[in-house]
Design a protein around this ligand. Structure first.
Ligand code: ATP
Ligand code: MG
Length: 300
């Protein structure tokens, strides 16, 4: 974890978070990658920049739906000493200066396609998140309409727990729960349609929202491959879950090994690392229509 001369607040699997002052945080996105919930030993070149650039793109595009926490992705906007240390640690292009929010204890998951744990539940019980769905849906089918399926954040190492809408109401109150649902559905619908037109299905995603001075604010990362399932549109065929747009080279490699999916992870060959890096960059360029080479820190 880079030393930026700022108090360290939190580190997740992929990001390190620092306090800038009482009102602002600095989120640094590393190149770490996890597969099957285990962080690999090798960084994926530029992954942190891709996630930062993609989140910044979505915050901008979706700003009319809800205010975002992002203030800046420029090193110039950091406090002087942090600026210097960040530049030396090669962090250009993978920092987000954000408003500090009081996070709401509800993870806002939206599903547009039937896969993962939702498919498992449907296959055995005919329901998703406890609610009935039409009969005869196949794995990876598009749902009749996107569904808000909230969860609570697990304690470190635990599994997130699905909660009903009523349970979300208990946690944040009726009005805020309804606002979280409506905002999340609109964000997903807008983002998924945008991506679909550009060859990427966003099958499902997780948003995290918080309050800043009483105002609802979209926080964390937005519609990235780390917070969502991205599938190539042309590889989508209901009946089986399509390959992951970004992580498939890693998953395919690991599936071919005799590894029990617990730490320590096996080393990734250079070719797998390079192919994965290319997939992340391609996802960014397809979705934004921008050249990744123009993002800060990419060329040296
Ligand atoms: N604007 C914000 N203000 C305050 N907290 C925020 C803000 N944006 C995100 N967060 C919080 O910062 C943390 C980001 O942590 P991060 O996602 O890196 O790790 P994690 O969620 O603990 O683990 P994982 O690696 O599984 O995601 C989360 O707890 C998130 O709720
Ligand atoms: Mg997280």
């Amino acid at each position: 974890m880079p030393d930026l001369g700022l108090p360290h607040v939190h580190s997740g699997k992929v990001r390190d978070i620092y306090a800038v002052d009482d009102d602002r945080l600095l989120m640094v996105t590393s190149d770490r990658i996890s597969a099957f919930d285990v962080v690999m030993g090798e960084p994926i070149p530029h992954k942190g920049r891709v996630l930062t650039a993609m989140s910044a793109f979505w915050f901008d595009l979706l700003a009319d739906v809800v205010t975002g926490h992002l203030l800046s992705t420029a090193l110039d906007d950091l406090p002087r000493t942090a600026q210097k240390m960040a530049a030396e640690a090669d962090l250009a292009g993978r920092v987000m200066l954000t408003r500090r929010a009081d996070m709401l204890p509800v993870e806002c998951i939206v599903r547009g396609y039937l896969t993962g744990s939702a498919w498992k539940e449907y296959r055995t019980a005919g329901t998703m998140h406890g609610a009935a769905l039409p009969a005869g849906l196949a794995e990876a089918d598009r749902l009749p309409e996107p569904v808000f399926t909230p969860s609570t954040k697990a304690e470190v190492g635990g599994k997130d727990e699905n909660i009903s809408f009523a349970a979300a109401v208990d946690l944040v109150g009726e009005a805020l729960a309804a606002e979280l649902r409506d905002v999340s559905l609109e964000l997903y619908e807008r983002g998924a349609e945008w991506a679909r037109e550009r060859g990427i299905i966003i099958a499902d995603t997780k948003f995290e929202l918080g309050l800043v001075g009483g105002e609802l604010v979209l926080c964390d990362e937005v519609l990235t491959p780390d917070s969502s399932r991205f599938w190539p549109t042309d590889a989508w065929e209901p009946g089986a879950t399509p390959p992951s747009f970004d992580k498939q080279p890693v998953r395919d490699y690991l599936d071919g090994l005799d590894w029990d999916k617990t730490p320590p992870p096996p080393p990734l060959p250079g070719g797998v690392v390079a192919a994965t890096s290319e997939r992340y960059i391609e996802a960014y360029e397809r979705i934004t229509g921008r050249s990744f080479a123009d993002w800060p820190g990419v060329d040296g």
